[in-house]
Design a protein. Sequence first.
Length: 290
Amino acid sequence: MGVDRRNFLKTLGVVGSTLTMAKSFGASASDVKSDVEFDGILFDSTLCIGCQNCEIVCADHYGLPQQEDFPEPGKKREPNATSRIAMNCYETSKGEMYMRDACNHCNEPACASACLTKAMLKTDEGPVIWREEKCMGCRSCMISCPFDVPKFDYDSPNPIIQKCRMCFELLQEGQKPVCVENCPAEALLFGKRRDLIEIANARIYADPENYNHAIYGEHEVGGTGIIYLASVPFEELGLRNDLGTVPYPEYNKTFLYSVPAVLILWPAFLLGLYNAAKERLTKKQIEEES
């Protein structure tokens, strides 16, 4: 039994249009890079004294409850539904040291790429922010984040994602993030990401015995807005060393190009063939009965 050529071509046209839309969606999965130099924060762990003042002022500024526990070696503290920053203490090869755990504001964030409603947004200025009015509570941002940062407030009647926003509203007013402004040890430095990388390199060059000769976040997952200095290998301070340098949305793009063709386009293609063959059979039966 043959297939009507006109209907077959019509089916191919529908499939082709769907494939084009899928490719267009995949191309837009990663945000278009802006000409604006990103804002960022340099955290120098060699200067941090573990006072938790960054946690305290952040919670106070955003009306969140203060954390009741303290950083202790062997005890992992994480940002959660009511806290945007968590300080941790690690027993390293050079003694006890502290590391900050919060959103890293990736240059090409997986959370924003995975967000279907653009509730999670990479701003032109650099901070990655969450917009409550656009969120549908799917939690794709939580699943996609390589640093496991976005947290969902399950106790709220509305979908609420909690994460550091680098005090984006203050930046728009020409101010610094509250954690940076209130760090007594000056372990946090705010500025343009490019300048912060130069400052970090200068510190390593000026005091090579005191620093691990690397900047965490310069290249990891395509680069992050929060960059780190340390005197020990970063994995001793709980930072992942297995993320690679490819931005995570690049993996999403590959997924979007391949999956629709297999899981969506192929069934649609077979359905089109079935309908075309069915129409051909109906016409043949009508002709035979005439």
